[in-house]
Design a protein around this ligand. Sequence first.
Ligand code: GRF
Length: 219
Amino acid sequence: MTLKIGVLVSGSGSNLQAIIDNIEEGKIKAEIAVVISNVSGVYALERAKRHNINTEVINHRDFKSREDFDRKLVEILKSYNVELVVMAGFLRVITKVLLDAFPMRVMNIHPALLPAFPGLHVQKQALDYGVKFAGCTVHFADEGVDSGPIIIQGIVPVLDNDTDETLSQRILKVEHRIYPMAIKLYSEGRIKVSGRKVYIDPPLKIEEGSFLTNPPVDI
Ligand code: GRF
């Protein structure tokens, strides 16, 4: 069975592209049934069209409440028989309406190592704080902001001369690896959730005792 995915976007859609590429290369057994944007004219829609993927634009400003907007999202996602909802640069806070329609079936990617730096402009926050590592997190969405159970995280070093832009680009490259991986695991039925904890079944090996430091430890 091929998993049917609905991708929610608001912008450039580079994560969407990474997912499309992995599907086309046969690495993920899934099909993007629809890409929905809340903003018209964004590049993510163009990317979808180039790959003959259905697109829909739903302007959130046409709805009285977040819940009404989400009801419309659910209606469209269901009409495409979507089983997994993937938020990829989707700049809207979602409500119980969407979550109840797709329980533990809404994923999000966030460009920080949660629970540090939820919300917006998080790469700048990480730089200003002076952290030595930054990264990205794929998690199931819940009713909070960037707060649901964590599926996979990727880390990158923060370099002394980093700007918001250089750090964001370094993180984005890792986003393009971990989001397809999370979707692949989901499509294979290997993601188990118990409370806040997410397990991969069977587990993927990680070297016991492996670690990274920044700066490197040379003693
Ligand atoms: C990514 O950094 C993602 O983590 C954040 O918004 C950005 C979207 O990039 N939520 P793109 O639209 O996938 O290129």
